[in-house]
Design a protein around this ligand. Sequence first.
Ligand SMILES: C[S@@+](CC[C@H](N)C(=O)[O-])C[C@H]1O[C@@H](n2cnc3c(N)ncnc32)[C@H](O)[C@@H]1O
Length: 274
Amino acid sequence: VVGKEDVDKIVKVFKENSTINFADYSEKSFIRRLEKILIDENCTIDDIVSKIETDNIYLNLIKNTITVNTTELFRDSEMWLNLKIPFKNYIKHKSELQIWHAGVSTGEELYSMKMFLQMIGYSENLTLIGTDLNDKVIELAKAGVYKNNIIADYIQNFDLVNNTFNYLDAIKLTDFANFNKATNKIEIKPSFKKDTDFFVLDLLNAEYNFQENFDIIMCRNVLIYFNLELQNKILNKFHNLLKPKGLLILGTHESIMPPIANKFKKTDGFYEKK
Ligand SMILES: C[S@@+](CC[C@H](N)C(=O)[O-])C[C@H]1O[C@@H](n2cnc3c(N)ncnc32)[C@H](O)[C@@H]1O
């Protein structure tokens, strides 16, 4: 069984050998991930610590295992449906949009956003940035190739959202992605990857260094892994990086507490910068 002292050992070895600070991660999920590593590798915490100290590739591997990367296309489709009207209102007078997905994992959330913008009729300039701490998921996001066992769920989620629109010309998932029969995978079309950019960024960094501020920041199911102090630090940075009246969208079970909450107007499912 993994205990607090084991967590401390891992946090310490990461601090000493990298810029990664797991100190303020929620202990529950951290412990669950460490237990999985111990079982998978049939080793002890001390084995992990000494290997991290000497092997940078292994350090990266453990870092990637500790982060939880669950995601899907149009995850929480209800949330996307709630965004229809506010997004339509927001884009009305916009000729360009800058959007950031913080903790984008394997990229489905960002591609969902791009599809969603087409559904609501936005066809002007667009920049979509996806970032994550985990370099492996960033590579997968760039590739945009998704496994067969999830395709049915993805189609279902896509249809759930897409079928609520009345189009003149129907939009289909195959407009954005190819179904590769040989590999049984779904592949985001290269042309659809235009305007997207994925790179590694640790949200615990002091500075984020973006060139421009954002119309929309989406950070779903990421803050839950941090303690409240850290959440507030990150939320403050999001606030600074939003354009006036820009929108912040968190996960379905995440919310902002005062005093930072006072800097936003909370509306159904999202936060608007005051
Ligand atoms: C559960 S996934 C959420 C993916 C997507 N936003 C969604 O809701 O479907 C959480 C992501 O946060 C990332 N993450 C964890 N700690 C991070 C940090 N310090 N900086 C940036 N990303 C981090 C993980 O690597 C993981 O990909």
